[in-house]
Ligand binder design. Structure first.
Ligand code: PMP
Length: 365
């Protein structure tokens, strides 16, 4: 054998049970884990496609949309950003991207790779955009697509979206929105807010495993996809064919790729749990936990601790995260997401922070 079976694989698999209180992923509820331990089914078996249809109905609920082009991409959230860009942009199209953290820059990078002309409106990390700022950008650059992030997870900034869809449409421009880090903790109303392309993360407030990402396109966006002059550059993310696999156009399903039946089961259960709780209750629970966390952090005087982020961490099976992009080395990012958004977890997070803070203080006195 040129390469022998590795010794490391002879040991049993080790997966610690960590409490994930960072900006994602969040822990999966036992019901989701249980669902994922079921046997694999084929990607075109009637039982699988039945569950995929249930998932589509669940996605319509979470996005509050009646769009028929509503489905999942079999990949992490990044693939959904790619899907928006590669389906709605053709080479030479102008796209306007709002940048106030890492995600706007990353979307710009992707759009450029598909040959679009990328224009940006920028504001400092932690600031969001006003309708006026956005309108100025629309007038100046005349884009075919405007892209913005509702919850900029690199800074924790929330972007209101009311009125944005109508504004974009007034300038003949589609609106694409990233709700990966926000959906489930704040309102998202795709149809009411006239959003043309939207996606969220499975592994954040929905507490499903990562690797399957819900996405939806409006009729306007669908029209753009079907009247493109050039084919979508990525077969895997081409909504015309992926939409056929997910039975979005009323045509017989085609084999597009082998969906992970395991992720389909897990995501279906996560959606079922979310639907049982209901959007408004989920938002209320997240807000309640956030308020309690803010009060606790204030009591702990977290500013001091943030400046010394790399030091003094105790070995808990627990995760919070450091900064990302413009906040690298400057902040801790704490997530209260989905299954993990409970008052007990807030207490535990504060306790870990307090003990770590005391530890760091004694060590560096
Ligand atoms: N957008 C936002 C706002 C995010 O927070 C993330 C994940 N941190 C992504 C997109 C990308 O998601 P994924 O890591 O699943 O590719």
């Amino acid at each position: 054998m040129l390469v022998e079976p590795p010794k490391c694989l002879r040991k049993p698999l080790f997966v610690p049970n960590k409490l994930l209180m960072g900006p994602g992923p969040s822990n999966c509820p036992p019901r989701v884990l249980q669902a994922m331990s079921q046997q694999t089914l084929g990607h075109l078996h009637a039982e699988t496609t039945y569950i995929m249809d249930e998932i589509k109905e669940g996605i319509k609920y979470i996005f509050q949309t009646r769009n028929t082009l509503t489905l999942c991409v079999s990949a992490a959230g990044h693939a959904a950003i790619e899907a928006v860009m590669c389906n709605l942009l053709e080479p030479g199209d102008v796209v306007l991207i709002a940048v106030n953290g890492i995600w706007g820059d990353r979307a710009s990078d992707m759009a450029e790779r598909y040959g679009a002309i990328v224009r940006q409106i920028r504001t400092g990390p932690g600031n969001n955009f006003t309708l006026n700022q956005i309108e100025e950008g629309l007038i100046k650059y005349n884009p075919v697509l405007f892209f913005i992030v509702q919850g900029e997870s690199s800074t924790g900034c929330y972007q209101p979206l009311e009125g944005l869809g109508d504004l974009c449409h007034r300038y003949n421009c589609l609106l694409g929105v990233d709700t990966v880090a926000s959906l489930g903790s704040v309102p998202v109303k795709m149809d009411e807010w006239s959003i043309d392309a939207i996606y969220t993360g499975s592994q954040k407030c929905l507490s499903a495993p990562p690797g399957i990402t819900p996405i939806s396109f409006s009729k306007k966006a669908e029209n753009k996809i079907f009247t493109r002059k050039t084919p979508v550059k990525v077969y895997y993310l081409d909504m015309k064919v992926l939409g056929d696999y997910w039975y979005c156009f009323g045509k017989p399903r085609i084999y597009h790729h082998t969906v992970s039946a395991t992720l389909v089961y897990g995501f279906r259960e996560a959606l079922a749990i979310f639907c049982e709780e209901g959007i408004d209750n989920s938002i209320r629970r997240h807000q309640m936990c956030a308020n309690k966390l803010y009060e606790g952090l204030d009591r702990l005087g977290m500013q001091l601790f943030i400046r010394d982020a790399s030091k003094g961490c105790l070995p808990y099976y627990f995760e919070i995260s450091g900064g990302l992009g413009p906040t690298t080395g400057k902040v801790f990012r704490i997530g209260l997401m989905g299954y993990n958004a409970t008052l007990d977890n807030v207490d535990y997070t504060l306790k870990v922070l307090e003990e770590s803070l005391n530890h760091a203080r004694s060590k560096f006195k």
